[in-house]
Design a protein around this ligand. Sequence first.
Ligand SMILES: Cc1cc2nc3c(=O)[nH]c(=O)nc-3n(C[C@H](O)[C@H](O)[C@H](O)COP(=O)(O)OP(=O)(O)OC[C@H]3O[C@@H](n4cnc5c(N)ncnc54)[C@H](O)[C@@H]3O)c2cc1C
Length: 405
Amino acid sequence: MTSITTPDAPTNPLTSRHVAVIGGGAAGLAVARELVREGHRVVVFERGDQVGGTWVYNSKVESDQLGLDPSRAVVHSSLYESLRTNLPREIMGFRDFPFVAREDDQYRDPRRFPSHREVLMYLKEFAKEFGIEKLVRFETEVVYVGMVKSNGNFNKWKVRSKKRSGDEIDEFFDAVVVCAGHYTEPRVAEIPGIQAWPGKQIHSHSYRIPEPFRDQVVVLIGSSASGGDISRDLVGVAKEVHVASRTIADEKIGKDPGYDNMWLHSMIKSVHRDGSVIFHDGSVVFADVILHCTGYKYHFPFLETNGTVTVDDNRVGPLYKHVFPPNLAPWLSFVGVPMKSEYGDWLAVQSGCPSFEEWRKQMLIAVAKRHIHQPDTYRDQWDDEDLIIQAHQDFIKYFPNKVNK
Ligand SMILES: Cc1cc2nc3c(=O)[nH]c(=O)nc-3n(C[C@H](O)[C@H](O)[C@H](O)COP(=O)(O)OP(=O)(O)OC[C@H]3O[C@@H](n4cnc5c(N)ncnc54)[C@H](O)[C@@H]3O)c2cc1C
């Protein structure tokens, strides 16, 4: 590992630093707000034309719908048109800016698990409320971040950014916070025989609406959040939907009793030139499409740290508590890396914030259970009213005029 000398961490918390935040999604907006609150000078680089990141739905898809071609023009968002949140809005909101239903506005979606548009509107409201949009350089992609020498030490970051016009500029920052998201670069299942298989393959990153799959036989790999949603989206139009899952219990293999045209399988064993897909459970299907709902890879193509931070086996490291590379802290950090939130309490306390509210933790457990036991209805039928009441009692503290009491 390269040894890098960085300036000492600021002892005076009011030392104002020049900080580049890469990404104007939920993470970048929150980071920008906190940095400004501490008196730092912040530039948020955002390659899109609005804040919201993942929640900016884009009906366009990439030229390579499997996402393997490194030269393809990247579409950031992986949202599909029908997407509703998989968490209740009470959990998703920032603590001091609750994500409450806006019954007074006909363009808002008051549901507890609203559509993706509602999340985008909420994030835009957050950005406006805290004056963050004025810090954002839109349509400006960061193409390179690397440490440079200053006074003999490596103590500044060079950030090269590119406008949509193609113009590039280099600037120097004391610190960089990477908030670039990690649901854009597809991870694809390895399938024996796939080179000769004649059907079409796509990744859920490029799935938008079910119509292109009308009357087709679709094999969908994966049964997590997107896989579950997309399989239910497809059953209405596809001829057959076959879900291949690593985690399926033996007794569930076979026809899904809830649908006329959906079957559940173990993983794919192999695929063949004649179009057949053979599953480990022994069943065989002749399919038109394989749809990979197999998740995403961490990808920071702009970052050059001379090997100090690497992405290996889809892990970013070394990162102390998923945020700071020890050798470069606090001058480089990552926000939004963990897929799970078990250590959120620790992080909150370290940052001088109160730990997660008890209702938030209990609600997360309740929704996880409902997701398993009532996957078709968990967004519209619940029995955690008591937790909603507790949440709203908290919200009133922060947002007295907008909370339904
Ligand atoms: C299909 C799907 C459904 C989801 N559903 C939920 C849900 O129901 N509830 C929930 O809480 N979470 C959900 N999530 C997780 C969601 O990603 C997070 O809620 C959150 O939006 C992540 O925010 P972020 O800021 O870390 O990343 P993003 O929202 O991805 O934002 C990253 C931003 O960085 C910008 N960017 C990237 N690279 C560069 C660059 N080089 N230069 C400049 N800008 C750059 C991008 O344009 C983007 O605006 C879902 C994710 C997906 C993909």
